[in-house]
Design a protein around this ligand. Structure first.
Ligand code: ADP
Ligand code: MG
Length: 252
């Protein structure tokens, strides 16, 4: 399937150029990424799929500046990460990137509200109260803000994690299997807010998922196998995604 014509000229939110990631050496060498080149257009929702061990998390961590690459170049917006110090990468990540993990990663001793505003507090940035209220309302967390994570369901905890990722208005939100621990209803809620981040807030979203239904929320689905990009789909249905997974021999 070819990319829509308008996509070719859209600004790029993040890109990987010829990136290679190798772990270890000699007998124990692992080629996690073998020469991956990909652009993520601004204002687009992309899902990354592929079998376990195919390099999805490695790619996402490299794109988010959480891990360095063995060769090649990662660019966030128009900033190549290779030219930055560790401190500058940290600042760029803080200012421009939001991250949602499979395991929620909330601080157990803080309330939902404190968890949501933590990145801003750490960065010494002021909270935009109107934006905070809009996110909280959109996520249906208004009556949960004083609760600790242990007093929230898994779906509520992940919505708090989404709010935390959105509150600083990052250009790009990465999610590594953000619905991996959720039932289908909570998954739908989280995917809807990520979809809204793109459609209503103009942000860019990139998630890793194993779920064809989750992938069907995306504008584009890219498939990794053995550290390489092997296929992509635009605006697929869950059935389209499933058919490609079967063709690539992915097991469930
Ligand atoms: P996925 O997210 O698609 O399951 P990963 O990106 O986590 O795959 O891993 C890709 C490959 O790199 C796998 O073979 C994995 O075992 C290996 N790998 C990932 N992280 C490390 C690490 N820190 N040290 C050694 N090997 C690793
Ligand atoms: Mg992974």
């Amino acid at each position: 399937m070819t990319q829509p014509a308008e996509a070719a000229s859209a600004p790029v939110a993040a890109s990987a150029k010829n990136i290679v990631k190798t772990y270890g050496s000699g007998d124990t060498v692992v080629h996690a990424l073998r020469d991956v080149t990909i652009d993520f257009n601004a204002g687009q929702f992309t899902a990354i799929m592929g079998p376990s061990g195919s390099g999805k998390s490695t790619l996402m961590h490299a794109l988010a500046g959480l891990d360095n690459v063995t060769a090649g170049q990662v660019t966030i917006g128009d900033v190549p990460l290779a030219g930055l110090s560790d401190k500058e990468v940290t600042r760029l990540r803080r200012d421009r990137i939001g991250f949602v993990f499979q395991s929620f990663n909330l601080v157990p001793t803080l309330s939902a509200k404190e968890n949501i505003t933590l990145p801003l507090d750490i960065a010494g940035r002021e909270l935009d109260a109107e934006w905070f209220d809009a996110i909280v309302a959109r996520l249906g967390l208004g009556d949960r803000l004083t609760h600790r994570p242990s007093e929230l369901s898994g779906g509520q905890q992940q919505r708090v994690a989404c709010a935390r990722a959105l509150v600083g208005r990052p250009d790009i939100i990465f999610g590594d299997e953000p619905t991996g621990n959720l039932d289908s209803r909570s998954s739908g809620e989280v995917l809807a807010i990520l979809r809204a981040a793109v459609d209503e807030f103009g942000q860019t979203v990139v998630i890793v998922t194993h779920d064809p239904r989750a992938a069907s929320y995306a504008d584009r689905v890219v498939f990794l196998a053995d550290g390489q990009l092997v296929h992509e789909l635009y605006s697929p249905t869950a059935d389209d995604v499933f058919a490609v997974m079967r063709g690539l021999g992915e097991e469930h």
